[in-house]
Design a binder for this molecule. Structure first.
Ligand code: FES
Length: 135
């Protein structure tokens, strides 16, 4: 089944806006148009550092972090301590339940969580970013 890539309007969290998209479900994963990382600020083209992929077919959202045009991390936003949904803030993820922190590669930077976040392989082409959900 393929869902169209409708866009949920950006939400503001603190002083930084977090951009959400639902992406498009594909047979082995979910894809996001590259253009989701682009926006205009005072008519100047800008690039988002990360976006959140939130789709009703996914139990948790995915934090999609851009290191470069060809290098992304896709992280399952489920805390490895007791399973709470994480919040994103710039280049790190925070757990509101007990305070664990994870970096943009999913590594634990502060406990009580001991395990890194689940991450997915990411493939890119000229138009889209594909997150492989098979593992
Ligand atoms: S559930 Fe995230 S720190 Fe406990």
């Amino acid at each position: 089944m393929c869902l169209t890539g409708g866009i949920i309007p950006p939400l503001v969290s603190g002083c930084q806006s977090t951009y959400y998209t639902q992406g498009s479900i594909e047979p082995n994963g979910i894809s996001v148009p590259r253009s989701e990382f682009s926006y205009l600020k005072k008519d100047r083209p800008m690039t988002r550092q990360y976006i959140i992929v939130r789709n009703e077919q996914l139990e948790f959202p995915i934090y999609l972090y851009r290191f470069s045009d060809a290098d992304y991390a896709a992280l399952w936003m489920k805390c490895t301590h007791k399973g709470a949904e994480l919040t994103a803030s710039g280049d790190h993820l925070h757990c509101p339940s007990h305070g664990s922190e994870f970096d943009s590669k999913g590594k634990v930077s502060q406990g009580p969580a001991e395990d890194d976040l689940r991450s997915f392989r990411v493939f890119t082409d000229n138009d889209k970013i594909f997150i492989d959900l098979r593992k």
